[in-house]
Ligand binder design. Sequence first.
Ligand SMILES: Nc1nc2c(ncn2[C@@H]2O[C@H](COP(=O)(O)OP(=O)(O)OP(=O)(O)O)[C@@H](O)[C@H]2O)c(=O)[nH]1
Length: 461
Amino acid sequence: MVLDDLGSSLRSSLDKLRGKSRISEEDVEEIVKEIQRSLLSADVDVSLVMELSDNIKERALEEEPPAGTPARDFVLRIVYEELVGLIGDSTELPLEEQTILLAGLQGSGKTTSAAKMAWWFSTKGLRPAVIQTDTFRPGAYDQAKEMASRAEVDFYGNPDNDDPVEIARKGLEETSEADVHIVDTAGRHALEDDLIDEIEQIEGVVEPDTSLLVLDAAIGQGAKEQAQQFDESIGIDGVVITKLDGTAKGGGALTAVDQTDSSIAFLGTGEEVQDVERFEPDGFISRLLGMGDLGQLAERVERAMDQTEIEEDDWDPEDMLQGQFTLNDMQKQMEAMNNMGPLDQVMDMIPGFGGGIKDQLPDDAMDVTQERMHTFSVIMDSMTEAEKEYPKAIGASQIERIARGSGTNEDQVRELLQQYKMMEKTIKQFQGMGSEQEMQRMMKQMQQGGGGGGMGGLGPF
Ligand SMILES: Nc1nc2c(ncn2[C@@H]2O[C@H](COP(=O)(O)OP(=O)(O)OP(=O)(O)O)[C@@H](O)[C@H]2O)c(=O)[nH]1
């Protein structure tokens, strides 16, 4: 994830401020150095890093912390505000009829992002269509068509036509019933004149409301030049950062945002059409700083509930936060979490978990793979209702019976009980943090800058 390192290094330098009510110049220097180191190693442009760190330094030393605010909370709030300022708002994309043009180099993820974005708009009740104009890369048509069908959205392309401008024109006509038109374009290995000519012509025909530059998170300093050139030719309104699920640093994309004076529209986090997030700066930075992102969590839970068709009355994710946790809950939550994505990622969205408590847990607390989930499910089917409600009462003879009944072995049953214990322990850590509403209230308070150190209650923060 972008700037992953920043969260943990910042946390450790901020921890040194614990218990202090005043902050010295030395403290500020140290924190600013950490921020610079993390941003630079994440490939963020040097001048941008300097600007950000100067602002933080100046504010931390010159602003007067509100009475009673611990130094740590005060500095954290400044860092948070400055990072939100650097990354800016997400690109405005009204939920209404519109045309979006995607630009970017070959392999940056345009075709995938077109389908993902179309899927995202469809979840908002709109009717999107993907128009594929890439006549340059063999296979682009088939890939786009297949992805559009997986996203269950309208699609237009023509593998027999080698004129992308003509395809774009025809595509808009043929998909006139759609509300949101997403026009995918061809890429090249490098910025070449014919690529720029082609995209300018397509832009002329399509007249997009929004032009988005698609950038691979792995892009480093090269982002600056690319962003500049695309911006000059068609005008870039926003950036889509792809492949954030990999080890990429993502700093180059932040540089592109700054260079084009634009913003981030979407984040791509995998190869499937659902692996997309609308960029939300507050949530993103909160997550980065280990404060969790309740908005994203709620959205994923909602989506997962739709997919698993679990009645809302039947399973309330709040239960998880309340700590009323049985094997029945675990079974339902495993199904739902399976649809939410890796538990690990889900945990990152929960306040206090990102890089906090999560890091202190054994690795396999999060390692609930699909295969294990399936085995666990089979085992649980062989348990009685009482055993599922009171797993602690399961002894050796029950383990033997359950293993026999489920066609598994005793070790696997013990593994399930062990996993349950670890999950229960994890859930219990929440209890001290208050309810979800309480956490949201605290985050809001913190964002508004009020409430005398609203971060105090966020567990490890
Ligand atoms: N892991 C991961 N892979 C991605 C993501 N987005 C795209 N990819 C993969 O990256 C590769 C290139 O993506 P495409 O969508 O084909 O890229 P493109 O920009 O359309 O490429 P051209 O049509 O050649 O210009 C494909 O293998 C995608 O599956 C992402 O968010 N995560």
